[in-house]
Design a binder for this molecule. Structure first.
Ligand code: PLP
Length: 482
């Protein structure tokens, strides 16, 4: 190849197309309500429009963008639509997207302090800020015995917690010798599947995972937990880990942290708290009580990528004793040795999670926290909760619908008084219109609709429209059956 020639995008081209992409995203946000919230394509519709083989020659950026518009966009489910009420949200915001873009532009890989000191130190500080915002106990701060680290997801955080708990309980020998099959772990029947996955990956074995029963509010029963632990001890097994949820996925059930914490202290179990979505609410002092008992925890995790205006992925994982985590996960091959690590004066975050390489994710969190300020974040979280609570009141006062579980924050679980088939049909009919998107769960064997309000731009007018659509569609379906 001619020496002067290359295929790279020049800085001028990057500037030109970069501005176009920012415009594209701004237009998208302005027009997001015009798209069907749930993608309406069929399986293979997208793939069949893509060439079988990769392009041999360079293609124009204009052509690539045209294909995004024509091929990709119809296959998008619009998580950033204010009419998205399904699952838990995965919300986003301008400052977050810009922080993420900057992180991509810098292209930093922050596995070690020395591979970009700012990547590590900004993260440490932002995690300490969050620790203050959530009023976490002192032990979770970097200035104390613990600290926080950004992980990709709550699933990875749970796995890190299980591994550290396993090693701590077995005197750090399982890493060397492998599992004995005697360790037992405890979650409720409502705990997110990621913890079961972590137990399997960590070699504990699903047979050694106890699913503890729940009360009428779908929260873990502490007395059932203690009974299960006692039985395992009597059988010669070694209880080592319990996960309590602050906001279960199905219904936002709140496990009682204080009694679970007391039991975990009594039997020397590692207590992990999974507050994936609802942890964010604790930024508002009036909802901080959902974290009462966090002082017993060995680890705590929540996802700003769910409900804190920070685009996916961004999980915040805090540990009370960072040495347990580091001792579990640290391996130092020759090629990573450096003076800063040897000095012991720095954090090398590669030792705090599963993978080695890591993105500069704290930039987007820093942008978000500084753009909104704590007051701004509190304002929007309160608004989401206020709208959800109002929706719950409408359901309660309706003759045709009723609440199926308590709605402590921004998730409302409800159903029509008709049978399961009717409720399923109702949900699917609404989703097919593309006007809004709900998901479902099953509670005590009954099909239930879930309305979760957490998208950045959801306003009262959207929620009013949603309730109107739900009622009118139910009416229409009933009339059709007559
Ligand atoms: C309570 C809870 N925990 C964990 C997870 C897993 O989240 P992630 O996708 O970050 O692994 C979810 C996902 O919705 C969740 O609701």
């Amino acid at each position: 190849m001619d020496k002067a020639k290359n295929y790279h995008m020049s800085p001028d081209e990057f500037r030109k197309y970069g501005k176009e992409i920012i415009d594209w995203i701004a237009d998208y946000y302005e027009n997001v309500e015009k798209y069907p919230v749930l993608s309406q394509v069929n399986p293979n519709d997208i793939k069949k429009q893509l060439p079988e083989t990769p392009p041999a020659e360079s293609e124009s950026f204009d052509q690539i963008i045209a294909d995004v518009n024509n091929i990709v966009m119809p296959g998008i489910t619009h998580w950033q639509s204010p009419n998205f009420y399904a699952y838990f949200p995965s919300n986003s915001s301008g400052p977050s997207v810009l922080g993420d873009l900057l992180s991509s532009g810098l292209g930093v890989q922050g596995m070690l302090w020395s591979t970009s000191p700012a990547c590590t130190e900004l993260e440490t500080q932002v995690m300490d800020w969050l620790s203050q915002m959530l009023q976490l106990p002192e032990k979770f701060k970097s200035s104390s015995t613990g600290g926080g680290v950004i992980q990709d997801t709550a699933s990875s955080a749970a796995l890190s917690a299980v591994l550290a708990a396993r090693e701590q309980k077995t005197n750090y020998l399982t890493n060397d010798k492998g599992c004995t099959g005697k360790l037992t772990a405890y979650i409720s029947t409502q705990t997110h599947s990621s913890v079961e996955k972590a137990i399997k990956i960590a070699g504990i074995g699903k047979e050694n995972l106890r699913l503890i029963g729940v009360d009428e509010n779908l929260a873990m029963k502490p007395e059932a937990l203690e009974k299960a632990i006692s039985e395992d001890l009597s059988a010669g097994l070694t209880p080592f880990f319990v996960c309590a949820s602050v906001g279960s996925t199905s219904t936002n059930a709140m496990d009682p942290l204080i009694p679970i914490g007391e039991i975990s202290r009594k039997y020397k179990l590692w207590m992990h708290i999974d507050a994936a979505m609802s942890g964010t609410a604790a930024i508002c002092p009036e909802y901080r009580h959902f974290l009462n008992g966090v002082e017993y925890a060995d680890s705590f995790s929540f996802n700003p990528h769910k409900w804190m205006f920070t685009n996916f992925d961004c999980n915040c994982f805090f540990v009370a004793d960072r040495s347990a985590l580091i001792k579990t996960l640290s391996i130092l091959p020759e090629y990573l040795k450096n003076k800063a690590t040897e000095s012991g004066a720095v954090f090398d975050y590669r030792d705090w999670h599963i993978q080695l390489g890591r993105r500069f994710r704290s930039l987007k969190l820093w942008f978000v926290i500084r753009h909104y300020g704590v007051n701004g974040l509190q304002y929007h979280i309160r608004e989401h909760i206020r709208m959800a609570q109002e929706f719950a009141e409408w359901v309660k006062s309706s003759d045709d619908f009723y609440l199926v579980a308590p709605a402590p924050l921004n998730l409302v679980c409800f159903r029509h008084k008709g049978n399961d088939e009717f409720n399923k049909n109702l949900l699917e009919t609404i989703n097919k219109t593309g006007k809004m998107f709900f998901s479902h769960t099953v509670i005590n064997g009954q099909y239930v609709m879930r309305m979760c309000i957490g998208q950045t731009n959801t306003q009262p007018k959207h929620v009013i429209e949603a309730w109107k659509t739900i009622q009118e569609t139910a009416e229409e379906l009933l009339n059709q059956d007559k």
